[in-house]
Write a protein that binds this ligand. Structure first.
Ligand code: FMN
Length: 274
């Protein structure tokens, strides 16, 4: 009888450990995430959790929808000189969808990885980006607020430069509401009409942690580098954009349900110009 009880106890302990192990696997690899690999045209499971390296809480776990974007092009028909010459702020957009390739290109230009090959120069090989960053601290967080992008459900997405993917943090078309947090109806209409708005936030501590208060200036300087990339890339794609600084930070924070350490900074609606 003792033997049977001991045997049952061992089985119970094994069962409990198996259950704990299985549930922890499930946390890491739910396998049910509706992630869509637009690059390969397939679905694959997502792994929600904190992105500790980038100090971002993975709020995408809310909906678990993400898209792996098509590979960005590193060559194009429009020269830098031409893009600089034709660049303007455009304030009215057609009701016309942009493609996932165009979205991919815009996000990559904003903050994408540009040295993915081992052996490229730089002390953080494979992690350097299209925009310079003080000490490669990369304080910016880039969101895409989409409403009319082919193959992408309307929503708010956080751009993950490492994987070149976008993770949904909010479902639904919020362009109209986002437009309302700006200071003028022109700004509002730009946002509600444009198929996508690139929305910049920053985690200042990433840079001030290394450079102290002076790091705050560096964040704004870096934002300029990144946003100019979006301007030039938009022109090169036959699209247009306009920088918007005139909006209420608190409203942006509330509307998007942003983490407390992220400060909203800049809005760039992008689309085909009228
Ligand atoms: C920091 C910053 C904030 C801006 N905010 C707005 C804005 O809220 N609304 C707007 O229509 N344009 C805004 N602009 C765009 C400027 O008005 C525009 O760059 C300027 O008129 C020069 O025109 P250009 O960009 O075509 O050369 C902003 C530009 C910068 C650099």
């Amino acid at each position: 009888m003792k033997k049977v009880m001991r045997f049952s106890l061992v089985i119970c302990i094994l069962l409990v450990f198996s259950l704990i192990f299985l549930s922890s696997c499930n946390d890491r690899w739910p396998g049910t995430g509706p992630g869509i690999d637009l690059a390969a045209g397939s679905r694959k499971p997502e792994a929600p959790g904190d992105d500790l390296q980038n100090n971002i809480v993975n709020i995408a776990a809310d909906t678990n929808l993400y898209y792996v974007l098509p590979e960005p092009e590193t060559d194009g028909d429009v020269s830098v000189e031409t893009a600089l010459t034709i660049r303007r702020s455009h304030r009215s957009f057609q009701d016309k969808a942009i493609s996932t390739e165009q979205l991919s290109q815009l996000l990559w230009a904003s903050y994408g990885i540009s040295s993915p090959e081992p052996g490229t120069p730089g002390w953080r090989q494979g992690t350097l980006r299209t925009a310079p960053s003080a000490g490669a601290t990369y304080p910016l967080v880039v969101y895409a607020v989409t409403g009319n992008v082919e193959g992408i459900e309307p929503g708010v997405y956080r751009y993950d430069p490492d994987e070149h993917k976008i993770e949904q943090i909010m479902a639904g078309d919020i362009r109209e509401e986002l437009g309302k947090i700006t200071f003028s109806s022109t700004n509002g209409t730009m946002i509600s009409d444009a198929p996508v708005t690139v929305f910049y936030c920053a985690v200042f501590e990433r840079t001030t942690g290394r450079y102290g208060e002076r790091g705050r200036n560096y964040v704004f300087i870096e934002l300029g580098h990144s946003a100019q990339n979006v301007y030039l890339q938009a022109e090169a794609l036959g699209l247009g954009t306009c920088a918007i600084g005139a909006f209420t930070d608190d409203d942006a924070h509330k509307l998007l349900g942003l983490p407390s350490n992220e400060e909203p900074l800049y809005l760039l609606p992008v689309g085909y110009i009228k």
